[in-house]
Design a protein around this ligand. Sequence first.
Ligand code: S3P
Length: 450
Amino acid sequence: MTFLQLIDQAPHQTLVIDSSESGPLTGSITVPGDKSISHRALMLGAIAQGTTRIQGLLLGEDPRSTAACFSAMGAKVSDLAGEWVTVEGTGGELKEPDNVLDAGNSGTTLRLMLGLLAAQPGKFFAVTGDDSLRSRPMKRVIAPLTDMGAKIAGKAGHTLAPLGIQGQQLRPYHYHSPIASAQVKSCLLLAGLSIQGDTTVTEPSLSRDHSERMLQAFGARLSIDPATASVTLHGPAHLTGQTVIVPGDISSAAFWLVAAAITPGSNLLIKNVGVNPTRTGVLDALAAMAADITRENEREVTGEPVADLRVRHSALKGCPLGGDLIPRLIDEVPILAVAALFAEGTTTITDAAELRVKESDRLAVMASALTQLGATVTEQPDGLEITGMGADAPLVGADLDSYTDHRIAMSLAIAATRATGKTRIHRAEAAAVSYPDFVKTLSTAGRWVG
Ligand code: S3P
């Protein structure tokens, strides 16, 4: 048995991890391109006038879904595997597609695209997704779009995909969102591009601001008030193709940050990671837990802050994680729950009910999987209470399932490297949604040896 074994049981894969063969993480690695920025570069490129050039695009399944949808609506997207991906834009006039648009597993593709489609007068669009996406709430974007004049019909009282959209000329609007959601905010801002007047979104606290940054770079006029977490797009806006260099995804780097923090002897450099302040909640949380992480070589690349992150093993301590921090680490809660197992003291995660409507119910799935590994984790309606077991947490290998959720598959794989004996993670292929090379990097990161 080697450290890692991938068993193909088409269409699924089981990842078997034998922790007795694992070692410290040293040396340096890179992580794939940021998923959020990749989606936005493809979408803005598709609706802009002229050519957009993208370097470092994430080759995961989610951006592939975005590229396929917009290709079906007239954008010309070059081979996604090329070093540079080019998008010949439609100038905002999306072609009515011949068939249903399939967003696959990607909430970002579906929700952001809805804003653009709803605002294409006289055109009809049908959209769907995989089993997970068809069960995720769409009312959060359909309700405000309907207030703006959109005509969207769907399952379960027009709240679930599949959805049918009859494009309309939309009206200016100020939406006070009850949730901090970049997908909701971005959907409405994209709808606002073709509206004569202002589209404003106010959030309870600031969600990731990649859309705002990139819309401005492509030529849209925005007013941003950080004090009230409000953003206004002054429409109409005509976007012009740009060059976008996509940094590494901090949500993917988070797996290695935690892996190195909990593995004795580790000293790992993760190069070229996006450190946009609306995304660095995971660094703040790990700092509060006494992790040893430093930023090196800080710089700005096509409008986004970037740094190299050095992480060394250290003794962690539990702490409360909640409030405005949560939107800034929303996708990192599963891997932070793994870190909390190796801390002294309890970690209490609150204000994270949104986790229940991600690719899986991440609170329920993590509580159950970590309990199977021998931990004490209590599920709360809006979070988790995790009893830390210290640096030598005695986790025991188990038979686990990803529930087809990429971040669950990868978080459990990291936990498994520190559990005695073998852990099996079923449906591990889910990792390819955001990190196609995850298993490869897991087997080679630093001196992890197989
Ligand atoms: C994303 C926003 C987040 C995040 C998702 C990507 C985006 O969702 O969980 O993985 O690219 O806008 P919400 O904005 O719905 O919280």
